[in-house]
Design a protein around this ligand. Sequence first.
Ligand code: AMP
Length: 123
Amino acid sequence: MMSVYDDNNVFAKILRREIPCQPVYEDEHVLAFPDIAPKAPVHILVIPKGRYVSVVDFGARASTEEITAFWRAVAKLAAERGLPDSGFRTIANTGLNGGQEVPHFHVHILGGRALGPMLAHTA
Ligand code: AMP
């Protein structure tokens, strides 16, 4: 279980502006930008600016203000793109079994087409 935050992860570098991104939303607590390898017509990543490894870490340690800002941004980004009408998906991969590649908490917003079953394979 990844629990110690790695300051060299790619999203930490994006937050330090060492790696470029094209922000689609930013406030005091949150940054959002397009996924570099989009899996749907809309594929946005929303990340907190704080050093949180996972959704568990974020839910346990983030302030009320950070949590509110984060989910308000997710809702705003989805609504701005008209996704609630047609439907869309939010994903937070966590750890090894979740297939988390970047150990900085993030939510994927995916939409713009029918996304198919929730998982590629069933148990
Ligand atoms: P996850 O598997 O949930 O950790 O997803 C990490 C996501 O980050 C993947 O969908 C990658 O395509 C995406 N990603 C990796 N590097 C970058 C980058 N420099 N800019 C934008 N997205 C990235």
